[in-house]
Design a protein around this ligand. Structure first.
Ligand SMILES: [Zn+2]
Length: 72
């Protein structure tokens, strides 16, 4: 089972959690400090530095969808 790093937006406390995967989907994780379930998973460090070709994963491409709407 993988250990993921999380950040809690409520108390700002980073923590690590051993997460069970069900059908490739991680179980819900709650902050151990305040119990909030709005925690955000951080990008795993090994994935961030192992390959640079998947950098588009973290970049929002929604802005690129409407770039050619100029009429003259
Ligand atoms: Zn918290």
């Amino acid at each position: 089972m993988p250990i993921f790093e999380y950040d809690c937006p409520d108390c700002g406390e980073p923590f690590e959690k051993l997460v069970r995967l069900r059908n490739g989907v991680a179980d819900k994780v709650a902050c151990p400090s305040c119990g909030s379930t709005k925690v955000k998973r951080k990008l795993s460090t090994f994935a961030a530095k192992s390959s640079g070709k998947s950098s588009a994963f973290s970049v929002s491409d929604s802005s690129a969808s409407s770039c050619s709407t100029g009429g003259s």
